[in-house]
Every structure is written in C-alpha cells, then in structure tokens.
Design a protein around this ligand. Structure first.
Ligand code: C2O
Ligand code: CU
Ligand code: CU
Length: 493
C-alpha cells in the first residue's frame, strides 16, 4: 500500500501546476459554505484534481452506533424464502430537533440487513413508494441479468415487481442500492442502501465472531454534508467529480461511537459513500486482521495496520480490542480524522480464530494469458469515459459466454488533465485479481472482488466469469462518474 501512495504523490506533484489554472473558475462553481482542501495530503488519497472535496470532520462519538435490523422473511419453507422490500421516503431525526427528509428501504433511512443462505431459493417483492423511478440492484450478488436491477430494470412510482433467484455463491458481505441511470448518486445520497449477507455451511464451522451486533458488527461508512435546516440537499452539495461530505454517518447515525467489550470483534465495513476513499488505520497503530474481501473470505487471515476501501468496496476485519490500553480506540483515516471511535468496557477472554478460511485457487494458466477485454477508464468531471465512450443503453460494449473465464485488463489512465482514483465494479460476478501493474496482487486483493480501486496509472488484470446470463453493467463506483456515463454494459449469453 505504502508504495502506491508514494507513486500517486509524485504524480500529484507533477500535475499540481496544471491543476492550478482551473482553480479560479472552479472556486466560483462551488457552494460558498464549502471548505476547500488543496493540501498534498488530499492529493495522496484521492488524486490531484479533487479540489472541491469537503474536508471530513472528526466523528465526535456523541451518539451510540446502532445496527440495521435483520429483515424477517414473509415466509420460509425449507429452502424457499420470501421477502418484501419497499423503497420509501420519509423523515429522520439525524440531529436533535431537526427532521431531515431521507430515503430508505422499509423505513426512512438505509435498509434492513438481508441475510440469505447459500442454496436458498429467494423471492423478493419489490415496491417503489418513492416519488421517482428507481431500481433495486444487488451489488456483488451472482444473479441473472433479469434480477440484477441495473438501469434497464426501472420501477416507476407506485409500481411493484417480483424477482427470483437462487443463492449459489459463498458467504460474503454484499449490499443493495438503487441504479437508475443518471439518478443513482442522488438516491444513494438520500439514504437508499442496505446490507446483504450471505451465509454458508462451511463458514459457520469456522472460529470467527458471528453474533450480529454483539461481536460481529456491520459498519456502513458514508460521508454527508447537510444544507440549511440539516437537510440532505443533493443539488446544493453535488460535485460532478464525486460528492463528499464533512460529516460521518455510520449505519445512518451521525457521529456515532461503537460501544463494546474489550473482546475480539469482527467489523464488516462497507464504504457506502458516493465517492470518498478511506485509507484507514487505528489511532494507536495496532494491527488488525483482514479476513474477507468483497466476495468472501480470504484463504488466510492477513495481518495489517492499514487498509484502503474505495466507494462500493467491503472488507471484513478482526480486531482484538482486548489489547487496547485504556477505554477508547478509534478507527481513523490517513489524515488522522476520526472515522469511528470505539468505547470499551469490561474485558472478556481472548477468543481463538481459524487460520484456514477459504480455498481460492487461481488458475495458473490465466496468469500468462493475454486479456480478451480491455477497459480503459479515463477523464474527470464531465469528461469521464470508458474506452473513450459514455454509457449508451442501446449499445452493447462487450459479450461473453456464461461460465467461461476471460482475462480483463482494467486501466486507470492518466490524461492531460491528470488522474484520480476510480473504483471499478462489475455486476453479476465475483472476480479474482491476477496482477496489478504486472505484479502479484497484495494479500488484501487475493480474495473474491467485485470492485477494485485503482490509483491513477495502475493497470490490473482480473479473471472474470459470469455464472448467469443477461445484461450487466461495469462502471466506476464514484456514483457521480457512473451517472455521468463512466459505465458500459456486457451481454452474457
Ligand atoms: Cu454498486 Cu452498478 O453498483
Ligand atoms: Cu453492482
Ligand atoms: Cu471514476
């Protein structure tokens, strides 16, 4: 990780001169209330051109972190489960005495956690109770194109739709969110997002914390900016290069602290932000252990002190809080801004954990193959493209055969304008990373992924197989880039 950060820093230095000519013009377009950040620290994390991003404030920990409820099925018979999810608008008291207009699933903000088991036949009744069209997309889920909920699957206000699929992938922390073309960023910003866990038989035999909300905590990180009257006014804060907030919202709570015992905990972290990347570590610099990537467990736990999560990515980490001196430790970002304070009470016995978690095998022959698909992400602001093109729902960019593995090369290209981080995501599949800039991927990338965060100038090769057929999207997960057409589609037959 350190190495790529330094490389980006150098690119940033070289491009800073080129950036500054834009400053005057850009300042005018920006909300006057917004604080700007032009420091090199900013360059380090997000690329040289993000002049307008709001500085994140410390999470003050004045509230208590809560956890989304687990959605109860409408019915359950053997392996058949049925659920109902409605996208709704409402108000939420995020700040004492203020009613903020928000969106949510089966509620006013975010959504319940959907907990499915491998092998289950799932029926979900979807309902759009919003005043605008939306879709229900299952990020990271291997499903047919029909059930995937991409931009073609619009559900109009008042409309209902039922989808069905079978869960055929391993245990993982996935999520769901809307995907209407040109309108995804705004809807997610207002609160549409939820977690989707997959459990499987093998994982439940492992020695890992698994008590939801007790020692296995969902952590949905989202930065938000509040306009007049503490409203989530997207148009007032929207930034074409990714909308940032100055306030930390976790699981839909503003400035929350996690309150728990001094025990071994599992944090399932989703970067559900529109654009912000988090390069996080603990303020006491303790190590922690990454056990899972987007699509499931790593083969072996990876001990580390820092981790980068781009928009849309997830990681599961184990943290031994019994080693903390004192009663507080905080998860902080690379600028030491407090993301999540953890308040500790009594000490419990240290638990043992499994060391063999998964059996992912990369087909060696793929490492030598030339890519059959090349994806070049480039540009900034309104100029973002994939392979020089903007998304067109009537154009099929790629085709691939169901069940066949192909090598894709993903490039985050630097142009005359410079470069910035783009998290690249593919629907309907979990891929494996073969190489990054020609080298073996870091341990934290050696698990199943559906999103890979690339620094400017980085090129990754990935092995992609779609288990089902249909039309799927691939795109940058900075939601404003996606809405601006940094997306393509692939038809799997
Ligand atoms: Cu998380 Cu195309 O989406
Ligand atoms: Cu997705
Ligand atoms: Cu992007």
């Amino acid at each position: 990780m350190k190495k790529t950060v330094v490389a980006t820093l150098l690119i940033g230095t070289a491009l800073l001169a080129a950036c500054s000519s834009d400053d005057a013009q850009k300042e005018q377009q920006t909300d006057s209330a917004a604080q700007h950040e032009h420091s090199m620290a900013n360059t380090q994390q997000n690329g040289p051109m993000d002049h307008e991003q709001l500085v994140l404030k410390d999470n003050t920990g004045t509230a208590t972190l809560t956890f989304p409820e687990i959605l109860e099925p409408d019915s359950k018979k053997g392996n058949n489960v049925e659920y109902s999810l409605a996208a709704q608008s409402g108000t939420t008291e995020l700040f004492k005495g203020y009613e903020t207009t928000t969106y949510g699933y089966n509620g006013s903000l975010l959504g319940p956690t959907l907990r499915l088991k491998e092998g289950q036949h799932v029926t979900i009744h979807l309902k759009n109770e919003l005043p605008e069209a939306t879709t229900f997309h299952w990020h990271g889920l291997e499903v047919s194109g029909k059930a995937d909920g991409g931009p073609h699957a619009l559900i109009e206000p008042g409309e209902e739709k039922t989808i069905q699929f079978t869960v055929t992938q391993q245990a993982a922390t996935l999520w769901y969110h809307p995907h209407p073309m040109g309108n995804t960023a705004q809807q997610v910003y207002k609160g549409l997002a939820g977690l989707l866990y997959i459990d499987d038989a093998k994982t439940t035999t492992l020695d890992l914390p698994r008590d939801y909300g007790e020692n296995d905590f969902p952590i949905v990180l989202q930065d938000r900016a509040f306009a007049d009257g503490k409203q989530l006014d997207y148009s007032a804060v929207a930034n074409i290069d990714g909308t940032y907030g100055d306030t930390m919202m976790i699981n839909g709570v503003i400035n929350p602290a996690l309150k728990t015992d001094k025990q071994l905990v599992r944090l399932r972290i989703l970067n559900g932000s529109n654009a912000r990347n988090y390069l996080f570590h603990f303020d006491n610099d303790m190590s922690f252990t990454q056990i899972a990537t987007d699509g499931g467990l790593l083969n072996k736990p990876v001990k580390t002190k820092e981790l980068l999560l781009g928009a849309g990515e997830r990681a599961e980490i184990l943290v031994d809080l019994s080693q903390v001196k004192g009663d507080r430790v905080s998860l902080v970002d690379d600028k030491d801004v407090v993301l999540l304070p953890i308040e500790l009470s009594k000490k419990t016995a240290t638990a043992s954990t499994s060391t063999n978690l998964n059996e992912i095998r990369v087909d060696k022959s793929l490492e030598k193959q030339e890519p059959t698909k090349v994806v070049k992400m480039e540009g900034m602001r309104e100029n973002v493209t994939i392979n020089g093109k903007k998304f067109d729902e009537n154009r099929v960019d790629f085709t691939q055969k169901k069940g066949v593995t192909e090598v894709w090369e993903i490039e985050n290209a630097i142009t005359d304008e410079g470069g910035m981080i783009h998290p690249f995501h593919i629907h309907g599949t979990q891929f494996l990373v073969l190489s990054v800039n020609g080298e073996k991927p870091e341990p934290s990338l050696q698990g199943y992924k559906d999103t890979i965060t690339l620094q400017p100038g980085q090129k990754a090769r990935i092995a992609v197989k779609f288990p089902y057929a249909g039309m799927y999207m691939f795109h940058c997960h900075i939601l404003e880039h996606e809405d601006n057409g940094m997306m393509g589609q692939i038809e799997v037959k």
